[in-house]
Design a protein around this ligand. Sequence first.
Ligand code: ATP
Ligand code: MG
Ligand code: MG
Length: 374
Amino acid sequence: GATLGILGGGQLGQMFSLAALRLGYRVLVLDPDPHCPAAAVASRHLCADYDDPAALAELARSCAAVSTEFENVPATALELLARHLPVRPSPNAVAMVQDRILEKRFLRDLDLATAPFAAIHAEDDLHAAWRSVGGPAILKRARFGYDGKGQAGVDDGKALASAWAAMGRAPAVLEARIALRQELSVVLARGEDGMMAFYPVAENIHRNGILDLSIVPARSPEDLRQEARRMAARIATALDYVGTMAVEYFVDETGRLLVNEIAPRPHNSGHFTIDACVQSQFDQQVRALCGLPLGDTRLLSPVIMMNLLGDLWADGEPDWSALFRHPQLKLHLYGKAEGRPGRKMGHVHALAADSAQAMAVLEALRADWGWPKS
Ligand code: ATP
Ligand code: MG
Ligand code: MG
């Protein structure tokens, strides 16, 4: 089989590699971390920076097509590769989504609702931003944030000024803090022919800005789920997107859908597709990348995904026997050595006849582990 390239060797790159290998491809992963999770499974690991000219030349020479596992790769590296081979998603799509200011403006131009926001480039913008957003807000770095990092809650103009200074005065977005009824996400795949396949909508529960649980199917009305899929389809089409992508939503207290952000890659809230759908989000990424027909996204069982964070490793390895006692649980570990707090180490899928039963199993496991502590 041909060789596929992937920029980024974290867990998403690892799960992409596993899917690609299963489908008969070799995988070349580029990641500067010698111990990155994908290195353990990929055919070859180029241990270099994402903009390293020799590494990019090697990718261009060896690969039939290249994809990426995260939005923070330099768009210039993707552009360089795109001169030689198919890069999916396109450098343009990634460049737009990796900057919250461009992303929010793109959504506004599409007439898709977001939380009220204002861009901050310079000291002079702070006052106007605070006045236009008003009330409790969240300051978010425009670039390089994930898992709630690079964000600060602000409750008045003074707090805004000091939070922005603490961020090194980097470009940022001030966003109104929404009273959340629910959070949802849509994972979809779009082929080069423009055909789209949608996974069932996930209901996402975050703790401390990090995804904790994804419940599928989401416990929300069908018309709302339909609307979420329609909005995601408009985004994918406007980006002429090829590959797997996700759209995160807030449902505000009036029941209205607001787009939170776009992920130009498979998404943590789509991991459930590995065990609960006919084809996984990573299968779809490989298929779209290679110009193959998209697969069936059908849900085979209700499922809840629970992230395993490094906090669980505080006193050494978690007690896995507590997990293996539950036959409905499927464990996915990424092979990361160091369990730092908040670090995604793996996840668990609970498959059961309905969400309530899946939740009961996960709660029993949490009780065994005494986790989370609060
Ligand atoms: P990731 O890319 O890992 O999903 P991120 O760092 O880009 O995370 P966001 O998605 O912006 O972070 O925010 C993380 C979580 O914080 C949200 O899912 C939500 O729970 C909460 N949050 C963020 N922005 C708002 C807001 N404007 N109002 C209310 N809650 C918010
Ligand atoms: Mg994000
Ligand atoms: Mg997010």
